[in-house]
Design a protein around this ligand. Sequence first.
Ligand code: ATP
Length: 283
Amino acid sequence: MIQVKNLSFWYHEGSKILKDINLHFDQRSTAIIGQNGAGKTTFAKLLKGLLKPCTGDIYIQNRNTKDTTAAALSKQIGLVFQNPNDQIFKGTVIDEVMVGPLNVKLDKTTAKQNSLKALEMVGLADQLEENPQDLSLSDKKLLCIASVIAMEPDIILFDEPTIAQDEAGKAKIKRIIQSLKEQNKLVMTIIHDMDFVAENFERTIVFYQGEVVLDGHTREVFSHTDILAKAQVETPYITQLGRRLGYTETFLTTDEFIKYKRNQNTSPISGFRQPKPFPYTDR
Ligand SMILES: Nc1ncnc2c1ncn2[C@@H]1O[C@H](COP(=O)(O)OP(=O)(O)OP(=O)(O)O)[C@@H](O)[C@H]1O
């Protein structure tokens, strides 16, 4: 789906933001993580074609981003910005979502059908005539997701989808991501929410000071606590809890941890005594 070859990028000569990145993206859902300023958003803008490599090349479904524009790549790759206000221009929800499909030259009927389908998917189908500026921040983010989905790109890249979302909002985004995966889309995200990464993404890539320091299955990546600490990235809460309890396993979800505990007869922590069942009998 995407090939990144020897990519380097700088905004100002002499201060490299991305350093000789080589990556290949297949269908696996992928999270890109790393401390503030590691170069993640810059990388996303390069993938979308909004910035061009200073050296090296990026191929989106075999199209070199240097030979095309971000607008022309819209059928291949859609970027949902971190701040919805960067992406909202129209006076009604339905008009806002139709901007993208019309720009990629879909006829009006198909553009409307795609937009209604996308709004249904994000749960905003009953607010077609609302002014986007009157929506909550959480719904504005869902609107921006719908605007990208309506263009039907094969690759959807989210920048911090869970910011400003409460638990219900996160659950909605989880369902949207799941549904996109079922449609064989490549779903990628830049994100600081490690619990969300662990629960939803098969592959994780860690950026540190413009370089890729870890790349692999999410469980494997979160098992490298030493490299993650150096890259100033926390592991998910449940992974930390498992480690602090003395387990060598890398747990990714609470359900996994509970299942493991239920199947286990003895605690691996030396000297740890299982609590005696009630009523206590040794007094
Ligand atoms: N338009 C720009 N001009 C100059 N420098 C920039 C520009 N945009 C970003 N930078 C710098 O590039 C570096 C990487 O920024 P980038 O936003 O890509 O990091 P990030 O990993 O996405 O960070 P965060 O997690 O805080 O969003 C930072 O040092 C930032 O200050």
